[in-house]
Design a protein around this ligand. Structure first.
Ligand code: 5GP
Length: 113
């Protein structure tokens, strides 16, 4: 399914890349919610967390590894950061291509429900 993120993966929409390999792309969020706000996405189309299968688990593990690496590279590993996935309507998920927000660089507000 085509989304703004598939267009970013294809290079049709530009982005400021932080990391890329054959399976994963990470880039700065266009509307940052924190001084560091990076989106980490699989290149494979997965609509949301609900569609992750057992076969995808190595990819999800690799996303965590990439997040850890990016946090070090962007200088927030020690100060702290959040890795957030929004899934479904109540979460506010706007782009229906699995993605993780890496947020840091300032004291983040309390999570609200
Ligand atoms: P969601 O609410 O789906 O978890 O988050 C989607 C995120 O994608 C938002 O934080 C939004 O700012 C970001 N976003 C939407 N369109 C673009 C775009 O064209 N480029 C970039 N870099 N980020 C985008």
């Amino acid at each position: 399914m085509e989304t703004v993120f598939s267009k970013i993966i294809e290079g049709v929409i530009p982005c400021k890349k932080v990391f890329e390999n054959d399976r994963i792309l990470a880039f700065y969020d266009i509307e940052p919610a924190a001084p560091v706000h990076v989106l980490i996405i699989p290149k494979k189309y997965i609509a949301s967390m609900n569609e992750v299968t057992a076969e995808d688990l190595p990819l999800i593990a690799e996303i965590h590894s990439v997040a850890q690496q990016i946090a070090v590279e962007l200088g927030v590993a020690e100060s702290g950061y959040r890795l957030i996935n929004n899934c479904g309507p109540d979460s506010g998920q706007a782009v229906h291509h699995l993605h993780y927000h890496l947020l840091g660089g300032a004291k983040l507000g309390a999570l609200t429900g």
